[in-house]
Design a protein around this ligand. Sequence first.
Ligand code: PLP
Length: 415
Amino acid sequence: MTDNHKRIPRVELPADARLDTLAVREGLPATQWGENSEALFLTSSFVHPDAATAAARFANEEEAFVYTRFTNPTTMMMERRLAALEGTEACIATSSGMSAILLLVMGLLKAGDHVVCSRSVFGSTIKLLAGEFAKFGVETSFVSQTDVGEWQRALKPNTKLLFAETPSNPLTEVCDIAALADIAHGAGALLAVDNCFCSPALQQPVKLGADLIIHSGTKYLDGQGRVVAGALCATEALIETKFVPVMRSAGMSLSPFNAWVVLKGLETLGVRMQAQSARTLEVARWLEQHPAVERVYYPGLASHPQHELAMRQQNGSGGAVVSFITRGEQQGGPELARQNAFHVIDQTRICSITSNLGDTKTTVTHPSSTSHGRLTEEQRRAAGITQGMIRVAVGLEDVQDLKADLARGLDTLAA
Ligand SMILES: *Cc1c(COP(=O)(O)O)cnc(C)c1O
């Protein structure tokens, strides 16, 4: 970019503005009308004052809005805001979390390249890497979420990308972002982290050395379960040279309406994550002492195997997802364990029975028969996901009501 390259103006904020301030204020300056709440620009294209300006804009000599497949003011506000929260220079919004990963791989890799990825990442991520991208000659090795040595040993001369997601779903296993960043950089590769479960309000992977951040905006960024959205955050150089060209040609663009919903959702991200995590810790502690519960998985509990790492990495918070195993498997085997888990889920009256998460509405799900239902029983056992397991993504309802909702089924199992 030349020095006389004209840029879209920025909001004037103090250089040391903190996360909650950026979440409310970062974006674009208001229009000539001085609106206080961000405008929703539902327009597919933008008009140029004259042919010469249009030419300059198409030649990228002047940064301007041209066509919503690649730029839109509402979408840009969301991108700038999320980049500010993640502490990256830039961000590119995508139509879903999965299309952010699609953009990541299309922009960064070519046939013959190799990826190292945790075995515990989101199921569709595994399918995209191991299935779709294998067809195009990108090979992926899947390794342990928690054993750093396995990542190191999986490296090859053609390894270009390490991909991690932490904490994992539904076991909440935590991987060491700083250690993985060192391994990636030692091998001349980049580290991408799917930061969906913590969001930048709790965890900023770039501060720990990660190069690329993936988001499903569908979860905590929207925060109220309204839209499907995604984003990829990185340096301006990577976004401009690797990802904008792919977005322009491939068009996995986020709708401005959905960008606006996420933009406004980000304003409450900090308070939501704090409040939902605090409720989750209370639910997790209560579950841990319940006689019908065999084991609780939550990084905020001292009993969690990576508790200390999680507290360091996640700003002292466990996040808002807790999983637990109902008693029954040892006495009655998987069939009884499944019956017991279904009983607890079916006795709830407040929780929504759905696999989604990141909503103000608490959701409850049985991973073995839903998100992980396509695995064989053996694969599930190897992954530690048993028939008695229930996952709760805690929302903003009163925590006493949530405990009572889960107690309804659990108390009858304990009796
Ligand atoms: C939901 C989710 C995704 C996919 O996001 P979509 O917006 O549904 O495409 C990716 N990673 C994680 C960790 C998720 O939970």
